[in-house]
Design a protein around this ligand. Structure first.
Ligand code: ZN
Ligand code: FE
Length: 239
């Protein structure tokens, strides 16, 4: 089983420290190294692996320093290998990859970028979705089409309801406001927003979400078709 520690980095990014039962460690999406090193030093642990969801700087800028300091291996999407400096292992959906003794499923999720991937840990019941699926939102379509992103989100939606979702940014409150703009009468979203507002007032993360919660409150997952998804994504771009 994997234990997750949330590491806030940059303005509103999250990196995550993964500690497996067998002592293996990893950091997901280190947008900067400093806060990650602080957490590792507090816990007096070393870093084995860095997992990248996609090539954007706010997710990989800390990789090089962490690799240099700990000799950690940088792992990320094979398709983005040319855009992730220092990458050691590139993954695709067909890769046989495990961490901490747990077999990890890789989802290729183009849309936000062409190469982005998500990491699913079935035994630990958690997933890292980068900038593909946010809590009550999804990433902008910088490199992909609405059809691609819709298909990518559909892949994530096949996960069991109890899977905890760890995404790349603390965008939940903004996402919730937009969700209520699209579905003003969604009671699940209204109830959830009370929690979100309370947590943010206390300066606490709203992460992780769950697949069940996202299915009920995320307007992008609720679009129903690639075409409607594209429309909602366009409205959000100017929201
Ligand atoms: Zn991004
Ligand atoms: Fe990002």
């Amino acid at each position: 089983m994997i234990n997750v520690t949330i590491i806030p980095v940059l303005k509103d990014n999250y990196a995550y420290l993964l500690e497996a039962d067998n002592g293996e460690t990893a950091i997901v999406d280190p947008g900067e190294a400093g806060p990650a090193i602080d957490v590792l030093e507090q816990k007096s642990i070393k870093l084995d692996t860095i997992l990248c969801t996609h090539h954007h700087a706010d997710h990989i800028a800390g990789c090089a320093s962490l690799k240099e300091k700990y000799g950690a291996k940088i792992i990320g999407p094979e398709k983005d290998a040319a855009r992730i400096p220092g990458i050691d292992i590139g993954l695709t959906e067909d890769s046989d990859f495990s961490l901490g003794g747990e077999s990890v499923t890789i989802f290729e999720t183009p849309g936000h970028t062409t190469g982005g991937i998500c990491y699913y840990f079935p035994e630990s019941t958690l997933a890292f979705t980068g900038d593909t699926l946010f809590s009550m939102g999804c990433g902008r379509l910088f490199e992909g089409t609405p059809e691609q992103m819709w298909e990518s989100l559909q892949k994530i939606m096949t996960l069991p309801d109890d899977i905890k979702v760890y995404c790349g940014h603390e965008y939940t409150q903004d996402g919730g406001n937009f969700s209520l703009h699209i579905e003003p009468d969604n009671e699940d979203t209204k109830i959830r927003m009370e929690d979100v507002i309370r947590l943010r007032k206390q300066g606490k993360p709203t992460i992780p979400s769950t697949i069940a919660l996202e299915k009920k409150t995320n307007p992008f997952l609720r679009a129903g078709s690639a075409q409607r998804f594209g429309e909602i994504r366009k409205i959000k771009d100017d929201f």
